[in-house]
Design a protein around this ligand. Structure first.
Ligand code: AMP
Length: 109
């Protein structure tokens, strides 16, 4: 079993508040939200970070952003506005080494 916390969420061995899931991508609430809305979108395939990203994995980025477009549209965030962020590596503030995109909206909390 993987020691990666997001892989455990994907496997269902640790709980999460999932807001979206399909064959390729999962999105769940950040456990320490920085804004009223703070979701994390991650590929189900374990990729450590953008720095580990391979040229033949561009489909993963399309899948993640397709999920982001679906969820933000469904929740009206496309009208309200939202911020996306990807931290890469220790110098980029990455804490969980499973590629993910932060989606944040609303007041800081
Ligand atoms: P990053 O700094 O980009 O690696 O962000 C990792 C994010 O994952 C942080 O904002 C954490 O609050 C969040 N996080 C860590 N563990 C969990 C968890 N079990 N469920 C939800 N979010 C988590």
């Amino acid at each position: 079993m993987s020691s990666c916390v997001f892989c455990k969420i994907i496997e269902g061995t640790i709980p999460s508040h999932t807001v979206f899931e399909n064959e390729d991508v999962i999105a769940f609430k950040d456990i320490h939200p920085a804004h009223e809305i703070h979701y994390l979108f991650a590929p189900k395939k374990h990729i450590e970070s953008l720095a580990e990203f391979k040229a033949n994995q561009t489909d993963v980025i399309a899948q993640i952003f397709s999920a982001i477009f679906t969820v933000t549209k469904k929740e009206g965030l496309d009208q309200k506005g939202y911020r996306t962020m990807i931290n890469t590596g220790e110098g980029g503030g990455q804490e969980v080494f499973h590629l993910h995109v932060h989606v944040m909206s609303g007041k800081r909390v």
